[in-house]
Ligand binder design. Structure first.
Ligand SMILES: Cc1cc2nc3c(=O)[nH]c(=O)nc-3n(C[C@H](O)[C@H](O)[C@H](O)COP(=O)(O)O)c2cc1C
Length: 358
């Protein structure tokens, strides 16, 4: 048994966490008709020993959906499903933030009664959407009118209210991985000429206004923003990612954002400098790092003071009690890729806790 900095609880900006091993958000595509269910409840309860659980991404509106079997946070029925989950996680001593999602152009007309998906600009990318009738090539999206952008910000606020009603401990705005907020931030997907496009200030405006709207509901200290610079996923590109992302971080710092969930490879290719130490200097809230960390690299980054916690995704799939396994030096299981997205209880809630290995 080893004591590690990762196992230490901590308090920052009046928020307390029992350890620094957070569970990263993971879409697992088990929702039926966009509603959270008892299988999802069991999945999250099994992982309640994480210092904080970020849920899978949940669409904030019917327009925000882009994948089958993902849950939403825009109806009362969804609130009821999530309420059962937050209560069960809290009963196990866990904490849980809901991830708020609008996919923008990463969608398909099949989800929208034949209408086009929306985006900052009518720019397509090479990719596929996972629709009810199977994977389909994405289409060129329709550029949002300015008044529609403001309506989406109102949708974020509404979903933040519903998340509060459902008893979450906080919310995370998903501004990573090429979804709508990232599409506004990066100039490869944003060629708007109104107040939401062009200058860095304008490209950041959408995320800043969403963060303000969500903070009006929660207080900024209980809001997290997830960013993933230099991530080409979903056809993303930016001409100067360092300038873009450090600008956004400065803006979020001005808003007194509670938590920044920053995605950057734990091991970058030779010669590539990390942005996260610069982010740490600018941002005074909680900094959570993610991507490709293991116990050793996470301990290192937290010990050096470069992060408050590290989030783990794939390791939490087959190791529901990951903090205990780290603590007790148990062997780690590997996930089954065939059951990652969609399906039944298999590969979802049947991974044993370390003590009950078959
Ligand atoms: C099955 C799966 C689903 C994911 N879904 C989401 C998601 O809904 N929201 C999100 O921000 N990231 C999502 N991610 C990315 C993870 O949160 C994480 O950033 C990535 O897996 C790297 O972390 P890791 O090296 O610990 O696995 C997903 C990853 C996996 C493996």
């Amino acid at each position: 048994m080893t004591t590690s900095v990762l196992q230490q609880g901590f308090t920052k900006n009046q928020l307390s966490f029992k350890n620094r091993i957070f569970m990263a958000p993971m879409t697992r595509s088990r929702a039926v008709e966009q509603k959270p269910n008892d299988m999802m409840l069991e999945y999250y309860v099994q992982r309640a020993s994480a210092g904080l659980i970020f849920t899978e991404a949940a669409q904030i509106s019917p327009q925000g959906v882009g994948y089958i079997f993902t849950p939403g946070i825009h109806t009362q029925e969804q609130v009821q499903g999530w309420t059962k989950i937050t209560q069960a996680v809290h009963a196990k001593g866990g904490k849980i933030y809901l991830q708020l999602w609008h996919v923008g152009r990463v969608s398909h007309p099949e989800f929208h009664g034949g209408s086009l998906p929306v985006a900052p600009s009518a720019i397509a990318f090479q990719g596929q959407a996972y629709t009810p009738s199977g994977p389909k090539d994405v289409v060129t999206p329709r550029a949002l009118e300015t008044h529609e952008v403001k309506a989406i910000i109102a949708d974020y606020k509404n979903s933040a209210k519903l998340a509060k009603e459902a008893g979450f401990d906080g919310v995370e705005i998903h501004a990573a991985n090429g979804y709508l907020p990232a599409q506004f931030l990066e100039d490869g997907s944003n060629q708007r000429t109104d107040e939401y496009g062009g200058s860095l200030e304008n490209r950041s405006r959408f995320l800043v206004e969403v963060t303000k709207a969500v903070s009006d509901v929660w207080g900024p200290e209980r809001v997290s923003v997830r960013l993933s610079p230099r991530n080409p996923y979903n056809g993303m590109s930016d001409s100067n990612p360092e300038a873009t992302y450090l600008h956004v971080v400065r803006e979020l710092e001005k808003l007194k954002l509670g938590m920044l969930h920053f995605m950057e490879l734990a091991t970058l290719p030779e010669g590539v400098q990390p942005f996260s130490p610069k982010v740490r200097e600018i941002f005074s809230g909680m900094l959570i790092l993610n991507y490709g960390y293991d116990q050793k690299s996470a301990e290192e980054v937290v010990s050096k003071g470069l992060a408050d916690a590290v989030s783990f995704a794939s390791l939490f799939i087959p190791n529901p009690d990951l903090p205990e396994r780290f603590r007790d030096g148990h062997a780690l299981a590997t996930p089954d890729h065939a059951t990652m997205y969609g399906g039944t209880a298999k590969g979802y809630i049947d991974y044993p806790q370390a003590g009950e290995q078959q």
